[in-house]
Write a protein of this length. Sequence first.
Length: 136
Amino acid sequence: AMIKSLSKEQLKGIFTGKITQWKEVGGPDLRIVVVFPTKMTGTNKLWQEKIMDGEAWISTNRQEVGDAPELRKKIAGTAGAVGAGPLAAQDEASLHSPETPEVGRPVTALTKGAPSANVQKLFDFIAGEGQKHTVR
């Protein structure tokens, strides 16, 4: 059975290793394998702060990969695998993504000195109209 959604507490349990079987969160009788992307330090830190309340990542039943494409490939090819990564890493055709709490961080744009007219237009778009294109 496909899992339709996972709560923050369920995600925390999975990624800290307290929940080890998918059947504990309404899924099949299958061991959970956490896939940890070692090169995605910003995403890992954000996930640890926002979802795991600062607790340590699981150290057993964990497979390590490098970046987002490797994360996607490992999850797609490993029974029971789960990982935390950017939306851009998701491949609708091969991966199922249940509804989860959204995790994000602000975007910061900087220039050295005053921005040119075109750069200022970009900043204005990001701060205004562009907000509707961001995940909240």
